[in-house]
Structures are given as C-alpha cells and as structure tokens.
Design a protein around this ligand. Structure first.
Ligand SMILES: [Fe+2]
Ligand SMILES: [Fe+2]
Length: 252
C-alpha cells in the first residue's frame, strides 16, 4: 500500500514495514537492514545514511508494476522474445529476489519461540540449490533447443546438430517434468503453513513470510508463462521444423 510521503518520513521504521513490508526490500537495496533500525523514523534514517528520501520513495513506487499486460503481449510474441522475458525473470530471481530472502532468513534471530527460524535456515538453502539447477537446465538445454528450432525456422538450419537434438529431446517429457517440479516450493509452503503470518508477532519473520508468499506467486506466474505460452509455441515450432527437415531430406 503506497502512503502519503509527508506522513511517511515521520514514521518509525517498525511501523512503516509493519504497514507495508516492501519497504524492507527498499531499505535493503540502499544497504540498510531494517531490523537494526526499528525505532528510527524514516527521515532521520535517510539523513544519517545520506540517502535521498525521494529516491527511496521512487524505488518503492517502481516495485511490482502489473505484469498482466506482459502476459497478453507474450501470447502474441515470437518465441525468442518469450525466452528472453523468462531469462530476465530467472536473472531477477537468482540475483535479486533469492539472495534477499536468503539474507533475511540467515539473519533471523534463533531465539523466537517457534521453530520457523531453524526450519527455514535448514530448508531454504536446499530449495535455492534445486532452483538454480532447474534454471540452469532450462537455459542450457531446453531454451537452447528452442533457439536451434527457431533458427532453423528462420532459414539458418544446422541439419546435423538439429537432427541430433530432435532425436534426444522430447518437449512432451520436458513439459511433464516441468509440471511435476512445480512442487519445489511445497516444503516451504508446508513449514510456513501456506505463509500464514496473521499471528506472527516478530516483524522480521513476518516480512520473510510475506516475501516468500510473494515469491511463490511470482513463481506461479513464471511457470504459467512457461507451461501455457512457451510450451505450446515450442510444440508448434518443432512440428514446423520437422516438416522443413523432411523437405530437405526429400530434395537430397
Ligand atoms: Fe523458468
Ligand atoms: Fe521452469
């Protein structure tokens, strides 16, 4: 929820983040750990850290612009643009979102009464590693294969490598694996009881639950684009390129 800036700069960091957890991320981007400054007001914090209050607000306003337009646009975009969009998403997850979450979880106090801290510190690095592997496989095998098909359709056919790839790849199998891998977040969802933070008193932990929930939602959108936009396009493209290869074989 965006708030009036006059009122905002007088607010204590604790209240600010209690009302809008995104400010924790904003402060983190300016090198500030929110949980070390609960009692300071935002204006004093900006002055002591030499940060422009306007820039901070600007960054908050730029977060989470609607993605629904992007989906509509992607449905009618060529497949290479869909891949570039997904790679941008991967980059954001790996270089921005997940390191931020990792840092928040690592710095969580162990002495709250629940086991959340211990459990999250255990499960999150495992999830992170699996997730990086998932992305690595997508970009280095599946996306590369699609690019090879795309180039062939554009007339840049490398017949030998293409035939080899088409024999070793099955888009159907990749799609099935992909749908099943959607459970990667299941462990974290289970531990956090579906990110239910209503009864959590500790603000640091509450921010983590909210960020995890948001990440899970972003991941669902990402998977939707892969399963419902990229895969159908890849199936069509593969069929088209099979025909091109049949034609080349026929004329040789
Ligand atoms: Fe992906
Ligand atoms: Fe994926």
């Amino acid at each position: 929820m965006l708030q009036n800036s006059k009122y905002l700069n007088k607010k204590k960091v604790f209240d600010l983040i209690h009302d809008d957890y995104h400010y924790a991320k904003v402060l983190n981007s300016f090198g500030i750990d929110f949980y070390k400054h609960y009692d300071e007001n935002l204006n004093d914090l900006c002055v002591s850290k030499g940060i422009s209050f306007g820039k901070l607000l600007g960054y908050r306003n730029s977060l989470h612009e609607s993605n629904s337009l992007a989906h509509e646009y992607l449905k009618s975009s060529p497949i290479n643009l869909v891949i570039e969009f997904l790679k941008d998403n991967h980059n954001y997850f790996i270089k921005n979102k997940l390191p931020y979450l990792h840092n928040l979880i690592n710095n969580l106090n162990d002495n709250n009464q629940t086991n959340f801290s211990k459990d999250l510190k255990f499960i999150f690095p495992i999830f992170f590693e699996d997730f990086v592997e998932h992305i690595y496989e997508e970009e280095n095998y599946f996306f590369k294969y699609i690019y090879e098909l795309f180039n062939a359709e554009q007339g840049r056919v490398n017949t030998t490598s293409l035939i080899f790839m088409m024999k070793s790849f099955s888009i159907n199998k990749i799609l099935n694996d992909h749908i099943n891998e959607d459970s990667e977040m299941a462990g974290i969802r289970g531990i956090t009881k579906n990110y239910s933070y209503k009864n959590i008193q500790d603000l640091h932990l509450k921010v983590i639950f909210q960020e995890l929930k948001e990440f899970d939602e972003e991941l669902s959108v990402h998977s939707y684009i892969e399963n419902k936009i990229l895969f159908p396009k890849a199936f069509k493209l593969e069929k088209k390129v099979s025909k091109i290869l049949d034609n080349i074989a026929f004329h040789n």
